[in-house]
Ligand binder design. Structure first.
Ligand SMILES: [Zn+2]
Length: 182
């Protein structure tokens, strides 16, 4: 291998490595896991809704709106990670009708406040990974992330991304969120 080729290869490896590290904060390293374990090939998000309100707690489903719903991410990036989704199994924002779009963002406004105050987060990451290339683990069903951030969690994430410990049980936070959803 020529020197320049070797340099290019090293550069590529370094870039891959840094992208992977950045990705640890945002990349759906856990949702990728769920996507690889589909429920009989059904969409995991649609399945939560279809299973009915009596299963909402075990499905971590927090609120059923008219056109959208809110649930906790069962494989959270940080404790208290919430998702907002349309019932409609669509991939992109443009596929939402006006009412659904309005409710989607109304729920975001409402839940970012509940999340921040309930878990005493220092800040939030809010966003959509639209499409597989953008990092969506389950790209076929649009979802908005609300990820609480805690002081010091970046160090924790970058050093322990694969062995992250969720410090409060999902159901404890679920109950806390429900009691604060008034
Ligand atoms: Zn779906």
């Amino acid at each position: 291998m020529k020197n320049t080729e070797k340099e290019e290869q090293l550069l590529r490896e370094a870039l891959d490595d840094s992208l992977r590290k950045v990705g640890n904060v945002w990349a759906p390293w856990r949702t990728a896991y769920i996507a690889s374990h589909p429920r009989d090939g059904r969409c995991v998000f649609c399945a939560k809704v279809e299973e009915g309100p009596e299963h909402d707690r075990e499905n971590l489903l927090l609120e059923r709106g008219k056109r959208c719903f809110v649930c906790m991410n069962a494989y959270p990036y940080t404790p208290g990670h919430v998702l907002i989704l349309p019932y409609a199994h669509v991939e992109t924002l443009d596929e939402l009708d006006e009412e659904t779009y309005a409710e989607f963002f109304a729920l975001l406004k409402k839940w970012q406040k509940i999340v921040k105050s309930s878990v005493n987060a220092g800040g939030l990451n809010i966003g959509i990974n639209m499409g597989k290339i953008a990092g969506a683990g389950i790209a076929e069903h649009l979802h908005m992330h609300i990820v609480p951030r805690y002081f010091g969690d970046t160090n924790f994430i970058t050093t322990c991304a694969d062995t992250r410990v969720i410090s409060r049980s999902l159901l404890d936070i679920y109950d806390l969120y429900l009691s604060n959803n008034k």
